[in-house]
Design a protein around this ligand. Structure first.
Ligand SMILES: [Zn+2]
Length: 123
């Protein structure tokens, strides 16, 4: 029976230490399973890391007073993704145009572009 949640505090601590050292969740799952003799699934780790992020992000308020939308988590390494935008050209008023999310980890190349609803521009 696979573990869907990790409850052992020693394992949780180890999992976070490994994550902080930049290890991939798949590697952490493998190592922890070997060490503990239990089957630690990647899903269990994701759940653990995601819950932690949720708690950390609770009550975050953006400068404009809006409540922050929870940031997505990198599916490759579990890092909190950062927003990516580019500076628009003159016709776009040189505004920052959001493109999507990318993983800030230097060992990870994950980028997720926003889904764009294409507006009907014909008149
Ligand atoms: Zn990543």
């Amino acid at each position: 029976m696979a573990y869907t949640t990790i409850e052992d505090p020693a394992l949780i601590k180890k999992a976070f230490e490994m994550k902080q050292s930049g290890m991939y969740v798949s590697d952490i799952a493998k190592l922890l399973s070997e060490e503990s003799g239990k089957r630690i699934t990647q899903m269990a780790l994701w759940r653990l890391f995601t819950n932690d992020e949720k708690t950390r992000r609770q009550g975050q308020i953006k400068p404009d007073g809006e409540k922050a939308v929870p940031k997505p988590v990198c599916p490759k390494c579990g890092e909190i993704m950062v927003r990516v935008s580019f500076r628009g050209d003159k016709s776009q008023g040189r505004a920052y145009i959001p493109v999507g999310w990318m993983c800030p980890s230097s060992t990870c190349d994950y980028i997720a572009k926003d889904f764009i609803e294409i507006e009907d521009t014909e008149e």
